[in-house]
Design a protein around this ligand. Structure first.
Ligand code: NAP
Length: 232
């Protein structure tokens, strides 16, 4: 990814803690990371070397708002790769699930993916080059009880990514989606304990898969939904 301009949404989140340093290690390139929480930005600043930090541009943005997404993406010199990590987990039985929560889950998982891909694609089509990597979930292809909103919205992310891959056939723009099981993040350790954490997918390990899909070398992979399950 030398010399590339890479967008990493959710780059300061739990998965981002593993992905952002992996992307930077493929440099020199510049990264744009939208954020909402200044605390997460400080955590990331504390992890990166001054030379890595010099290549990161943190931009305050709410990716559920189209104007915010558009401004952030228009502020980039080019968009060579778009790695969209933003998303979130939720649980609840269908017959008890409030509509507003369902809509919120779709906004966070599917609408942000649509908006970020839409505006990244516009820039990629100008240059004729791009790599899009989105994050689904194992639940998108193996839905489970009490996870309907999460699984349905992530299945939407898979369908959206594959539709983009089809739309960009014949160009040097690709789109692929990874399907993680459980990722070893601080939040998962806090919620579930660390007992089984050695079975989970390390954020750095998923970062390697994502970096490959975002690289020049993955030019012939289109519309792949890549399982990254670790030992779960
Ligand atoms: N963790 C897992 O076990 C697991 C398993 C399968 C799939 N996944 C998927 O992997 C991805 C990353 O998960 P994660 O564990 O890293 O989640 P996370 O720790 O909650 O990180 C998500 C990041 O997205 C940001 N974000 C959320 N809403 C945003 C918005 N509207 N605008 C801008 N930024 C926003 C969050 O910022 P704020 O903190 O400010 O909200 C945070 O930095 C998600 O798509 C998730 O569904 C995770």
């Amino acid at each position: 990814m030398r010399g590339k301009h890479v967008l990493v949404t959710g780059g300061t989140g739990g998965l981002g803690l593993g992905v952002t340093p992996k992307v930077l290690a493929r440099g020199p390139m510049s990264i744009t990371i939208p954020y909402r929480s200044a605390q997460e930005v400080e955590r990331m600043r504390g992890m990166l070397s001054p030379s890595d930090l010099a290549r990161v541009r943190f931009v305050s943005a709410d990716l559920t708002e189209e104007t915010s997404v558009e401004e952030m993406i228009n502020g980039m010199e080019r968009v060579d790769a778009c790695i969209h990590l933003v998303g979130g987990f939720s649980m609840g039985k269908v017959h008890e699930y409030p509509l507003d929560k369902w809509q919120k889950d779709f906004r966070l998982n599917l609408e942000t993916t649509f908006l970020v891909c839409k505006h990244s694609l516009r820039r990629m089509l100008e240059t004729g080059y791009g790599r899009i990597v989105t994050v689904g979930s194992r639940g998108a292809v193996l839905p489970g009880a009490q996870l309907a909103a999460y699984c349905a919205s992530k299945a939407g992310v898979v369908a959206l990514t594959q539709a983009i891959a089809d739309e960009t056939k014949g160009t040097n723009i690709t789109a692929n989606v990874v399907l993680p099981s459980v990722i070893d993040t601080p939040a998962n350790r806090a919620a579930m304990g660390a007992e089984n954490a050695n079975q989970w997918v390390k954020a750095e390990s998923l970062g390697e898969v994502i970096c490959f899909l975002a690289s020049d070398e993955a030019k012939d992979m289109r519309g792949a939904a890549v399982p990254v399950y670790g030992n779960v």
